[in-house]
Design a protein around this ligand. Structure first.
Ligand code: FAD
Length: 438
C-alpha cells in the first residue's frame, strides 16, 4: 500500500474526471474540458456505499453500471489508461485520492438532485482546501434549472409555459456534439475494476435493452399503445448517461415535436425538484396534505404483485417486476389506481417504482407520481379517475399487452376486481374533497 502510494505521488500531475451519471467517454463535457489541459487525465468512478447500501444485492442497475464501467475500462486501456475505481464514502475516497495523486484539476458534470448537490459541495470544499481546481459542467440537460425561468426570475410550476420558454431558448445550432477524443491525453494509472461480487453484489437476471430512435418518426401515433414497439427505451440510458442528451436532441428535434416535448418534461421535473426539494417527501400542493390515505398493506401487496383483478393494472405491475420497465401509459394507469382506487399514499407507490425501475429518476418518478395523485405542480385534477376498463378499450383493444403479462386473465382462478370501479371512484372523490383545504 505504502509502495503504491509513493509510486503514484511520484507521477506527474494529473487531472481527474469524476463520472457519476454520465457513463460514457463520447460527448462528455467534463471529460472534454479536462482533456484540454496540459496534464494527463484519469477517469474515476466511485461505487458510493451511501447509495449501494440501500439496494438489493441483485439490483439490475448495479449490474448495468458494472457492465458499462467494464466497457469504459476497455476503451481506456486501448488508450493506455485504465478506469480509476474507488468504493466507499465519496468524501473519504476523495481524501484518499488527494493523498495518492498530484491532482491539478478535477472535473465533473453537474447533478441536480438534493443528495448529489450536497455531496458535490462537500467534495468541492475538500479539494479547494487542498489547492486543487474544481470545475463542474452542464451535461445531462439542454437547460439547467436556472436557465429557464419566468420573467420575474421565479421557476415555472406549469409545464406548457415552461415548455414554451424552453423552446424559445432552444437553438439547434448551439447543440454541439463532441465526436473526437484526444486519445493520447489519458493518464497511465494502475487500478482495477472490482468484480460485482467484490462490491457485495451479484449479476441480475434483468438486462437493459438498447435504445431505439427508429420509433421517433411515428411516435405520436404509437406512443400510447403498450403492445406496440412505439417508445424509445431511452430513459435508462439518459438516467446513466450512456448516451448524451445533445446527441439525442440533435437527432429527434425535427422529426417529432411530441418526442421533444417528452424530453422537456424530463427537464421540467428536474427543475421542479431542484427549486422545490421538499417534494421528495411532501405534496407539491400543500393544500392536499389533509387527504386521509387508507394505506391498507394487504391491498398494497396485491397491487405490487399484480393481483388486483384489473388485467391492465396487473399486466403493468408484472412487466415492472419481471423487466424493470413499464410502458408510460400503464405507469399512469397503475399509479392512478393505487392513489385513487385504493387510496394508498403516492409515496408508497413512488418508493416501489424507485426500487424496481431501471430508469428510476427521482425527479421524473416523484413528478409523475404526484401528477397521478393530483398533488403535483401541474397535476391531473383530482376528480380525473382513470377507469381501467375504459383504458383497455382505448389503448389495448386487442388485449395483446394483457395477454402477454396476464395470460390467465380469463380463467376462473383469476381474481375478481379487488374494488368496484364506481364505488372506488366515489370514495376517492369524497376523500379528496374532504382532505383538500380551501
Ligand atoms: P419514450 O416515450 O420513448 O420517451 C422518451 C423520453 O422522454 C424518455 O426516455 C424520458 O426521458 C422522457 N419522458 C417521457 N415521458 C416522460 C414523463 N412523463 N416524464 C418525464 N420524462 C419523460 N421516467 C423516468 O425516466 N424515470 C422514472 O423514474 C419515471 N417514473 C415514472 C413514474 C410514473 C408514475 C409515471 C406515470 C411515469 C414515470 N416516468 C419516469 C416517465 C415515463 O413513463 C418514462 O420516462 C418512459 O416510460 C420511459 O420509456 P421510454 O424511454 O421508452 O419513453
Amino acid at each position: 500500500m505504502l509502495k503504491t502510494y509513493i509510486c503514484r505521488k511520484k507521477m506527474n500531475m494529473i487531472n481527474i474526471v469524476w463520472l457519476r451519471r454520465d457513463l460514457r467517454l463520447t460527448d462528455n463535457t467534463a471529460l472534454q474540458q479536462a482533456l484540454k489541459s496540459a496534464n494527463k487525465t484519469a477517469v474515476l468512478f466511485i461505487f458510493d456505499t451511501n447509495i449501494l447500501d440501500e439496494l438489493d444485492k441483485d439490483d439490475a442497475r448495479v449490474t448495468f453500471i458494472h457492465q458499462q464501467l467494464t466497457k469504459l475500462d476497455k476503451e481506456l486501456r486501448e488508450m493506455n489508461s485504465e478506469l480509476l475505481v474507488k468504493t466507499g464514502e465519496p468524501l473519504q475516497n476523495w481524501q484518499e485520492l488527494v493523498n495518492e495523486f498530484e491532482i491539478g484539476e478535477v472535473h465533473f458534470n453537474r447533478d441536480y438532485e438534493p443528495y448529489a448537490t450536497e455531496r458535490d459541495d462537500k467534495v468541492k470544499r475538500l479539494l479547494q482546501k487542498n489547492n486543487i481546481s474544481v470545475f463542474s459542467h452542464k451535461d445531462q440537460v439542454i437547460f439547467e434549472p436556472h436557465e429557464v425561468l419566468k420573467a420575474d426570475g421565479k421557476p415555472y410550476t406549469v409545464f406548457t409555459p415552461y415548455k414554451n420558454k424552453w423552446l424559445e431558448h432552444f437553438n439547434p445550432q448551439q447543440i454541439k456534439v463532441q465526436e473526437n477524443l484526444k486519445t493520447d491525453a489519458f493518464a497511465a494509472i494502475d487500478s482495477s475494476l472490482p468484480k460485482l461480487e467484490e462490491i457485495g453484489f451479484q449479476k441480475s437476471a434483468i438486462a437493459v435493452k438498447d435504445y431505439d430512435l427508429s420509433v421517433v418518426a411515428d411516435y405520436s401515433k404509437t406512443r400510447n399503445f403498450p403492445a406496440l414497439h412505439g417508445t424509445s427505451n431511452l430513459s435508462v440510458h439518459l438516467r446513466f448517461g450512456t448516451v448524451s442528451i445533445r446527441e439525442i436532441v440533435q437527432q429527434v428535434y425535427q422529426q417529432s415535436p411530441d418526442f421533444l416535448s417528452e424530453l422537456v418534461w424530463r427537464e421540467f421535473f428536474m427543475q421542479i425538484l431542484f427549486h422545490f426539494p421538499r417534494v421528495v417527501n411532501e405534496n407539491f400542493r400543500t393544500k392536499y396534505n389533509g387527504i386521509e390515505w387508507r394505506n391498507n398493506e394487504k391491498e398494497f401487496e396485491r397491487w405490487c404483485n399484480g393481483h388486483t383483478g384489473y388485467p391492465i393494472v396487473d399486466a403493468g405491475m408484472r412487466e415492472l417486476n419481471k423487466t424493470g420497465y413499464m410502458h408510460n401509459r400503464v405507469r399512469m394507469i397503475t399509479a392512478g389506481f393505487l392513489c385513487k382506487h385504493l387510496l394508498i399514499d403516492w409515496r408508497w407507490g413512488e418508493a416501489y417504482f424507485a426500487k424496481k425501475l431501471l430508469d428510476f429518476e427521482l425527479s421524473s418518478n416523484n413528478g409523475n407520481w404526484q401528477w397521478a395523485a393530483g398533488t403535483g405542480c401541474d397535476a391531473a385534477p383530482y376528480f380525473r379517475v382513470f377507469n381501467p376498463t375504459e383504458q383497455v378499450k382505448k389503448f389495448d383493444k386487442e388485449m395483446l399487452y394483457i395477454k402477454k403479462w396476464v395470460p390467465e386473465f380469463q380463467d376462473l382462478n383469476y381474481p375478481a376486481p379487488m374494488v368496484d370501479h364506481k364505488m372506488a371512484r366515489n370514495r376517492a372523490l369524497e376523500t379528496y374533497k374532504r382532505g383538500i383545504a380551501d
